[in-house]
Design a protein around this ligand. Structure first.
Ligand code: MG
Length: 480
């Protein structure tokens, strides 16, 4: 058996190749051990009385291997004495929201997000739906590798309770948000095509849209885990949705990734928008209603800066990963945060990327502005992005190369050989000009260096990417 991939997003592997039932049970026992030994607030309040069992919420996406994974996870958790609340098949943001509502000590989402159908994985959260931070991720992997689990005695095994209606609870939570105006959206009664890719949003999102008074056209909304398109809703994968939008005369098309924490948008003419627009449009909507800061990652489009400027809001940039975005949002009390992948965080609903909340925001934005989605898109200054990846002999060569690039760009900056460029080392190396940037990052999961750039024109974006790849190749030869 190969090793699964361990990253900021949790554990992911191909079932039968790098992930199996025994491994999943061990991960769950490691997590149960961590939850039982963590010294969170609830423990301190208990004084010297009997130690109550810790509560862990478990849910899964629609993958074919989901049931196998679910049983493995339940076994691992109850063997460490946890009280498990099983909420069944639902979007990942629903799991975190229920963990928060129930004040659970932890949660496990059984999902491989946007990876292909043969994959599965685990995303862990502590304390009412807070994703693990770096220190906690390391601690968790240490417990897993040591195999030193706090297994409960034969008469102290945990138990599993079933929780019905998690999706309804999530929808109610969204609808009770202050910026929701049901009368307004019902009046507009938008016609919306939604493509859930047969993933975890297949039941929840059409249901939410109907509650918002929309006429719903369902595409790939059978949650059987047979993905008819890529679980990552890239423009190429959305052919059927785009055609449906045109054929049905829909006002807008929506598509989720496999676990429905992300959303992408298709314009009324059937053209798919870059996933960067989800956050941009949602931020424009929220900043119309709330004043406060915005949080995004270093590789998210400059559109967010333009929108924030229009609303006199400040943008904070974090390393890539929703955990970093959420941490910064809490710190700055930001009113919205998100990533260019189509994941948006609405703190009034919950502190995680929520594809359902994104639907609600964009439906409102469109209803309120009483215009077409293409007009909303045109009102946002546009950019072009370019992405390349450079293969590297090993992770350590990638690291050394990125490190050397940082030093070289810093020296250049000091010599002022290039004007108006600043260096940002938040995540990898990012060079920033007034209306363009290029970011170099070492992949956490494979021996490659990723290069991302953005500029006003395709030529400039590609030139920045190509020139950076050439520099890295030269550095790699010298370093290698
Ligand atoms: Mg996802």
């Amino acid at each position: 058996m190969d090793a699964p991939i361990v990253s900021v997003s949790g554990i992911r592997g191909i079932v039968g190749k790098s992930l199996d039932a025994a491994m999943l049970t061990q991960f769950a026992s490691a997590f149960g051990t961590m939850v039982n030994t963590s010294t969170c607030q609830q423990d301190n309040e208990m004084g010297n009385g009997p130690v109550p069992s810790k509560t862990v919420v478990v849910g899964r996406d629609s993958r074919v291997s989901g049931e196998m994974a679910r049983h493995s996870i339940l076994a691992g958790l109850i063997s460490t004495g946890c009280r498990v609340i099983d909420i069944g098949m639902c979007p990942t943001p629903t799991i975190l929201m229920i963990a928060n509502e129930l004040k659970a000590n932890g949660s496990v989402a059984i999902t491989a997000s946007h990876n292909p159908a043969e994959w599965n994985g685990l995303e862990f959260a502590l304390e009412s739906g807070r994703l693990l931070n770096q220190g906690e991720r390391e601690q968790f992997m240490e417990i897993y590798r040591s195999g030193d689990f706090h297994l409960a005695k034969w008469d102290h095994q945990g138990a599993v309770e079933t929780y019905q209606g998690a999706v309804n609870r999530h929808i109610e939570k969204i609808l009770s948000c202050e910026w929701i105006d049901l009368e307004l959206v019902h009046e507009r009664a938008l016609r919306i095509a939604i493509d859930c890719g047969n993933g975890a949003g297949s039941i929840a999102s059409p249901q939410l849209l109907r509650r918002l008074g929309c006429q719903v056209v369902e595409v790939n909304c059978v949650p059987d885990g047979n993905f008819p398109r890529s679980a990552e809703p890239t423009p190429d994968a959305l052919d059927r949705l785009c055609k449906t939008v045109r054929a049905e005369g829909a006002d807008v098309g929506f598509a989720h990734d496999g676990d429905a924490d992300r959303l992408v948008v298709v314009s009324e003419d059937g053209s798919p928008l870059s996933s960067e627009y989800t956050f941009a449009l949602a931020a424009d909507f929220i900043l119309n209603k709330r004043s406060g800061d915005v949080v995004s990652t270093v590789s998210t489009s400059l559109m967010i800066d333009d929108i924030a400027n229009q609303h006199h809001a400040q943008v904070h940039r974090t390393p890539v990963g929703v955990g970093f975005v959420v941490e910064k949002m809490r710190e700055t009390n930001a009113v919205i945060g998100g990533e260019g992948t189509g994941g948006v965080v609405f703190p009034e609903i919950q502190y995680t990327t929520d594809g359902l909340a994104s639907i609600a925001a964009i439906v409102h934005h469109l209803s309120e502005s009483n215009t077409r989605i293409s007009s909303l898109v045109k009102s946002v200054p546009s950019y072009t992005m370019c992405q390349k990846k450079l293969d590297s002999p090993s992770q350590s060569v990638s690291e050394a190369t990125v490190q050397r690039a940082a030093e070289i760009y810093a020296e250049k900056g000091q010599l002022a050989t290039e004007d108006n460029v600043s260096l940002d080392l938040t995540d990898g190396v990012k060079r920033v000009w007034e209306d363009s940037w290029v970011n170099i990052r070492k992949s956490g999961t494979e021996p490659v260096i990723r290069i991302f750039s953005e500029a006003k024109t395709t030529d400039r974006a590609e030139a920045l990417c190509n020139e950076t790849v050439e520099t890295l190749k030269r550095l790699m030869t010298h370093e290698g």
